[in-house]
Design a protein. Sequence first.
Length: 222
Amino acid sequence: MKMDICVTNQLLSLSVKHNVKNFIFISSVKAGGVAAKGEYASEENQRDPDGIYGETKREAELKILETGRESSMHVSILRPALIYGPNVKGNLHLMMQGIKKGWFPPLPEIGNRRSMIHVDDIVRALLFLANNKKSNGEVFIATDGRTYSSRNIYETMCRVLGKSTPNWSVPRFLFNTIARLSGGFKYKIDKLLGDECYSSKKLQSLGFKAQKQLRQMNETDF
């Protein structure tokens, strides 16, 4: 993680040296911490960063904003929510493969809320910020403006794979029981069924609007 910060600092220095006009840093919502239960995390209700990954992203953000104040370079920070799209990695890929192979359990509908954004809209957001003078020195969260439950995501993946969605689900109390077995299990269950919702109203207020949403997706988007 420290290596990432060193690379960012070097890139910043070179950008200033060579009179780069716009520097847009792709950070993470983890840099702003986790919202209180029932709330949408925003740029204004900044909390402690979420984990080491969030800490390093926040450290890089602060350095970039400082450099922007001390130079004539236009700098902006973009914090994407959970990104999906072609060749997606991480938990979304694992979930997709599990559904495809038949071992991923049908998730219950518990009304949890998760924010997402398609990679194409991230690209649009980067170009938008680079061409908007009001974005200078600011931090922006990027989502598609909607929230999805874990069950919504599960059902979308079933549809994309051409699989029928089971008319039953694993009861929530079984996941709660598994979570009590160890801290590692609890972390994984929280990642699967917890809330991770963010507000992108600040970015939208400048005129940006995401063009894609989860229900439009096909197999190339996972």
